[in-house]
Design a protein around this ligand. Sequence first.
Ligand code: SF4
Ligand code: SF4
Length: 125
Amino acid sequence: MVEFDAIGVQSPNIAAAILKSGVLVNVDRAQIDGDEGWALLDVANADTEKFIAALTGKGVSIRIQKDAVTHNRTKCVDCGLCISICQKKVFSFDENWQLVVNSERCVLCGRCAMYCPHRALSIEK
Ligand code: SF4
Ligand code: SF4
């Protein structure tokens, strides 16, 4: 997750970091306006440090998004609705039909938390 302040939004920081590092990234989500903004980038684990070093600069703050999804095992009834809803394949069943959460792929859209009938999911803001 890259956040830009009023200075950070004035420069093509992501493009410059890609050119400087040679690391290819996928922009999963972004929202930028005149004063501030953020971008959620998908970067291969092996390239993360290299890319962060190239991106670090004025007006930019970076945090690694790993555990965005909180799954309340006590409330969950393993209905599987979230598996159908999530386009990033964060959810799956294990061999015992118990829900498994791989939250590294989450893009923070919030749909699963909104539709879970048992309020068993919450997403980091
Ligand atoms: S939708 Fe909610 S109750 Fe159903 S499997 Fe997902 S987390 Fe569990
Ligand atoms: S917030 Fe969106 S991307 Fe993340 S787990 Fe829920 S449905 Fe999937």
